[in-house]
Design a binder for this molecule. Sequence first.
Ligand code: PLP
Length: 447
Amino acid sequence: MIGDIQALGGTEGSRAWYERAQASLAGGISSSARLTSTGPHPYPLYMASGHGARIRDIDGNEYVDYLAAYGSAVLGHAPSVLTDALEPVLHGGTMFGTCNTAEVELAELITEMVPCADLVRFANSGSEAVQGAVRAARSHTGRTKILKFEGHYHGWTDVLAVSNRPGADEAGPYDRPHPVPHSPGIPAGVVDDVVVCPWNDPDALRTVLDAHRGELAAVICEPIVANNACTMPAPGFLEVLRQECTRRGIVLIFDEICTGFRTAPGGAQALFGVVPDLATYSKALGGGLPIAAFAGRRELMEPLATGHLKHGGTYNSSPLCATAGLATLRELNRPEVVEHIDTTGRQIMEAIQRAAHDRGVPCAVQGVGALFQVVFTPGGTPTTQYRDLLRADTARYAAFRHELLKQGVHTNAYGMACWFVSAAVTADDLATTCKAIERSFDALSAN
Ligand SMILES: Cc1ncc(COP(=O)(O)O)c(C=O)c1O
């Protein structure tokens, strides 16, 4: 019954569970992101099942899904290639805390697919993978400070939860932003080790690099800034990053947790032809199961091999998750799968652009087929950096997303996040999506 949801009046079951959850789960949720990414409705929806590109909530409403488990469900929900591979593991033991053959095959596949990956280490979440890469960079260089770009997201742990979403009143001067802790509880010493810089500005970058000469272990970035509404790298900017890091002996880390394996089999580094020293992965890597990785040049990863550099994790690369990763990446390594994702996504992007243009609604649709976002900026100008997003019309985005939901299309409720397109979107799903987009813009232009 796609499209039948009546101003979310048909979601009483979700409302009741959310009320019940308040008594036992802190805030009724399991991640701070749930409130921004799947709410506010005024309550989150509780999903019961998913097959292909469609998910169904506990009240029986069906949605074409572009949250796609934050991009993890890259092959869609419950794809047979995954369930077939996982079934024997479920029955034969999911975890022994020992080495397993699937992790070896998965690492081999990653070294084939990813240009920078001479060696791989697995973890459970993107935040852990980032921690691993940062430690490897610090150990390699003997330096402490990390340069990150304002607005880029690298996980919730202390190490880089700085200047993720600073307000205009606290962010400091444009070209020398203040490092702003993302949460209370992050020690000042950790924040002081993070140097913040505006994205897509080579002059500002060089000024900040010069100001911290000899102090920086790494520069880390999201090559397509999925967490800034898919702000794209300006032509040549990634190349400048590469050159400056090489020249100054700084480790360049691409956080490919959103872009990995879905923008191209080799991720953004293959798409743009710029190879970092280290890269981090999760989301698409596991096809919906929790597995992450950091990978990179032998020289940087070798101290892990000798055991000199420490990295651990009880759950790292369990047979269950490594098998999921292997089944997923074997699919994503088939060029037609990523091509299908890209073509489908671009058709949706065009449908949004057309619907907006026909109704005179200024907005930009930015990103690539695999991940993109619509931003209601003044004049519909694409964003080039985080502070542009502070001028976007967030109320209009919320209204657009809410209309889409009513029309049976499920997207991230947070305007700085993005749509993720899975390989499971069919022609029928696409037609439903395009119709919902038209109707949503009708509603927007009527208000
Ligand atoms: C670019 C990026 N890096 C790191 C992370 C952290 O990953 P996780 O939520 O698995 O810890 C995320 C999560 O959304 C992300 O988008």
